[in-house]
Design a protein around this ligand. Sequence first.
Ligand SMILES: Cc1cc2nc3c(=O)[nH]c(=O)nc-3n(C[C@H](O)[C@H](O)[C@H](O)COP(=O)(O)OP(=O)(O)OC[C@H]3O[C@@H](n4cnc5c(N)ncnc54)[C@H](O)[C@@H]3O)c2cc1C
Length: 449
Amino acid sequence: MKRRDLLKAASATAGALAVSPLVARAQRVSDVGSRKTDVLVIGGGTAGCIAALQAARAGARTTLIEMGSQLGGTTTTGGVDFPGLFHAWGKQVIAGIGWEMVQEAVRLDGGRMPDFSRPPRAHMQHQVRINGPLYAALVEEACLLAGVSLGYYQFPLSATATEDGWSLEIVGKGLRYSIVCQQLIDCTGGADIVGLAGFSRMREETTQPGTLIFRLGGYNIDDLDADEIQRRFLQALADGELEHSDTRGPRRFVGFLAGGGVNAQHVWDADSSTADSQTQANIAGRRSVLRLIRFIRSLPGCERAQVQRMMQETAVRETYRIVGQATITHDDYTSGRHFDDAVCHSFYPIDLHDRGGVVPKPLTPGTVPTVPLGALVPRGSRHLLVAGRSVSSDRLANSALRVQASCMAMGQAAGAAAALAIQNATTPAAVDRNELHELLRQHNAIVPG
Ligand SMILES: Cc1cc2nc3c(=O)[nH]c(=O)nc-3n(C[C@H](O)[C@H](O)[C@H](O)COP(=O)(O)OP(=O)(O)OC[C@H]3O[C@@H](n4cnc5c(N)ncnc54)[C@H](O)[C@@H]3O)c2cc1C
């Protein structure tokens, strides 16, 4: 079948949850009964869409539920469209389905890959610039082609263990239904489903700040009087016209302008774990951008400054992590511990953002950490996995594990483990290691060792 026909057929499957217009007129919330799937992935973000793609490509009937309007999560809706790191010390350590999608996004956008052949001066130089909305469209297309059934604007209300899987109650705009699955993968970024199901999660008392990603323009940096601008900036901070978090504290403001402000603002206490807390984070982020643009337009040479881009929500770095069968510690990460049940690599400096800003601590040359399957399995659970930033880890290890290439690799590993568990009528934690590695390699992942 041609790609066009495949997509037509796949879109029809994705829309299968819709009700007939007659029923919709009669009921405000349509109960669309119960549904069945093999693998259910909740959260279609950085890790979730890769988990769903892997499970479906391995032959499992897969459903992906996302509460937002598109796939990609923090990579797309959060505007963090510079995933990293796929390479370490001059060679590739993470590949597979995430890398395939990133490459395709760069190609279709006429972009360029960094030169990965040697370690960069700053790790950011090896992050790949992608077009977020295009990436979202591409992963959606790939999911439909793989047969993933997609449901946007939906989220679970409950998750109950059954004898051989899970039953979830899902609500969404204008609908409500129950769904049973054999394997459940929580890719919500905050282990929401693990919490709903009653397993232990952990979080810090004070979490890292969030950021509302935006980009400034409309001024010529070479025409600006840097000293005068710095004087006005410090005055604005002293007067309360600007807040320290708007620019991550006192700095050379002309440097902030040169970078267009991208990823240079902190929203304290940003928390995506409830609708109320995310609402507060979004409001705080937008108020910060308004303070900045009002101030910047008052500067000489910046009278025509513009907010050229601003995401629709504040991206959050940290909420809940699971308490897993295994927990990755800072020592494990920085020593490059090779876990017996390693399923993928992770590679990034320790990168904790706090009130003082962020000072990344690079790994020692040659170190490439690994992620064990046990860190994706909530302790005491069966038929349940997580992938993404809520991986079981201590705080410092998590500050590096949470980055996108690592999340994609964890997503692929979780999708493969779920699909194999179904094939072999077992739990993900008990799947045969060699079989799991073999399946991942078939789908172009790099498996440690
Ligand atoms: C400001 C900022 C800068 C960063 N900088 C970098 C960087 O430079 N390089 C890098 O690689 N990484 C960076 N990161 C880290 C990285 O982007 C994230 O940690 C990673 O994308 C998280 O992936 P995830 O799949 O765990 O969660 P997400 O991508 O956030 O996906 C979670 C998805 O689940 C959905 N969801 C949540 N709850 C529910 C629910 N109950 N029901 C249904 N759907 C739900 C959400 O809508 C979302 O789509 C940054 C993060 C932030 C916030």
